[in-house]
Design a protein around this ligand. Structure first.
Ligand SMILES: Cc1ncc(CO)c(N)n1
Length: 228
């Protein structure tokens, strides 16, 4: 059990309210299979292709967050998120895909799976309908969740050994650069909430958070089952 290295923040409150959905996401069989190397490689390849499509829409959602910003600071925080995807995560992803025999051309002509569509469009729609806090809550399980998954997996004995085909993926999300992106996302949520989130609004935000966690779990499931 990893103890949080910080005092409870808004994100921790969401996790406490949605513990079962959060656990089903961060401790999914796909995740455990990456940790011990037993995940079928075909499943990982299917996931990688869909994640490329996911990241494109995820970048669009951050672009929407820039648009929704009310001042330069808010716009800058979302711009940092967008840059983290376009300049860092996407490059790593395309490199990782190449190592798995997936060319950029192949990624670009792939058809979007329903789970990819459901998750990305849910986040975008939540942001279009709501305000910046709604949007960042919908985005939060992605970045903060993957950072937690990376840390958990890196702690699994043998997970980072040469014998594990998933070690590069684990090292990327457990790495300091990605952990820092997740810390910034946590702080950003707290800053937005401090600007007038009423307790009456909290349950609605938990609903957004819970749905995003379920859609993340469905994304792993799509990888496992090779669903289109
Ligand atoms: C499905 C999914 N969720 C979160 C991340 C982290 O950015 C990702 N790459 N893919």
């Amino acid at each position: 059990m990893l103890l949080p290295s910080h005092s409870p923040d808004l994100f921790d409150r969401f996790v406490a309210e949605a513990r079962a959905d959060w656990a089903a996401y961060v401790d999914h069989a796909f995740v455990r299979g990456m940790g011990d190397g037993t995940l079928p490689q075909e499943s990982f390849r299917h996931y990688l292709v869909q994640d490329y499509l996911f990241l494109i829409h995820f970048a669009r959602a951050y672009a929407l967050a820039i648009y929704k910003g009310r001042d330069l600071r808010e716009m800058q925080a979302s711009l940092n998120g967008l840059k983290a995807i376009l300049d860092v995560e996407m490059d790593l992803h395309v490199g990782l895909c190449a190592g798995w025999g997936l060319s950029a051309a192949e990624l670009e002509r792939a058809a979007e799976a329903k789970a990819t569509m459901a998750y990305t469009r849910y986040v975008l729609e939540t942001g279009l309908r709501g305000d910046l806090l709604d949007l960042h809550v919908a985005l939060s399980p992605c970045v903060i969740g993957y950072a937690e998954i990376g840390r958990r997996l890196a702690a699994v004995p043998g997970a980072l050994d040469d014998a594990n085909p998933y070690r590069v993926w684990i090292a990327e999300y457990a790495g300091e650069a990605y952990q820092e992106v997740a810390r910034a996302a946590r702080e950003n949520l707290d800053r937005l909430a401090a600007e007038g989130m009423t307790e009456a609004r909290f349950p609605r935000l938990v609903t957004i958070f819970r749905l995003a966690c379920r859609l993340e779990a469905d994304f792993w499931e799509m990888g496992m089952t090779l669903a289109g």
